[in-house]
Design a protein around this ligand. Structure first.
Ligand code: ATP
Ligand code: MG
Length: 257
């Protein structure tokens, strides 16, 4: 088997006496769509914070393509190819949709505002912005202020901004959080499309497991900071510990039936 893109070894973080992530050892293989599920407070976001470098573990390691990156900053991890979205929307509301994406692209290219001095580069930037907006199906809203978008559209914009970083792996923390129910399927379709048309490896934290089982190759169940189960959606659905501890019987297995 090839070296996993991301690997954690006995990853642990304590907040006082509480171990929010406790001895977590997982592997994310390239091109394997992984979904992390678990009840509120299970440690899912904290695990992402440890993987993306926003938090330093009290124990254990994070590896990227086999290299220990535990000591690296979040920016250094982005430079290596990790992209991350947050549970709360992170767009600039007073900028237009295309300005938001353009800024993310400029950040990625480290070219800053000097880009405006060079018309050729500016055109390239606009083309890339257009492609990304097409990819997340927001091209018709490009001149709208981000603040005027629905919550679902803002999450799509946020996805475009993460894609602008051109990461190898996308860590997406509940991209449907706070969305109106009718907006949710479009977001999952978008993730499915992203999985199919790009070479990005996606790791998703999601509560709406019934909607993502079709997308997921691997499901990791976190409970109380520890991995309770890991496997394909049907394997996890059939796991008695999962049914007993998390789902209270049936929700996931119905979804996988
Ligand atoms: N910076 C922090 N300081 C202290 N406790 C924290 C901190 N961050 C998280 N926690 C605690 O760690 C636990 C795990 O929180 P986390 O946000 O990772 O859960 P989650 O699985 O993402 O939950 P949700 O599904 O509600 O988003 C919770 O008990 C939370 O209160
Ligand atoms: Mg969370």
């Amino acid at each position: 088997m090839s070296t996993p893109l991301i690997q954690t070894r006995q990853l642990t973080i304590s907040f006082g006496a509480h171990k929010a992530v406790n001895n977590v050892s997982i592997e994310i293989e390239k091109d394997i769509f992984t979904t992390i599920i678990g009840p509120n407070g299970a440690g899912k976001t904290t695990l992402f914070n440890l993987i993306s470098g926003l938090l330093r573990p009290t124990g254990g390691q994070v590896l990227f393509k086999g290299t220990d990156i535990t000591h690296l900053s979040p920016l250094q991890r982005v430079a290596l190819g990790m992209g991350r979205s947050f549970q709360l929307t992170n767009v600039f509301p007073a900028l237009t949709v295309q300005e938001n994406v353009r800024l993310a692209l400029q950040a990625q290219a480290r070219i800053g505002y000097r880009i405006f001095a060079d018309h050729r580069k500016f055109r390239q930037l606009n083309e890339k912005t257009g492609l990304l907006l097409e990819q997340v199906l927001l091209q018709e809203k490009k001149n709208f202020l981000a603040a005027s978008l629905t919550h679902g559209e803002q999450r799509k914009l946020e996805l475009a901004m993460v894609l602008a970083l051109d990461p190898e792996v996308l860590l997406l923390d509940e991209p449907t959080a706070g969305m109106a129910l009718e907006e949710v399927p479009a977001m999952f379709e978008l993730l499915d499309r992203t999985k199919k048309v790009t070479d990005k490896t996606i790791v998703l934290i999601e509560h709406k497991m019934d909607l993502v089982t079709g997308l997921s190759d691997q499901v990791i169940v976190l409970v109380n900071g520890s991995v309770l189960a890991q496997g394909s959606p049907p394997e996890v659905a059939a796991n008695p510990a999962v049914l007993a501890a998390y789902l209270g019987g049936g929700v996931l297995s119905e979804a996988c039936a």
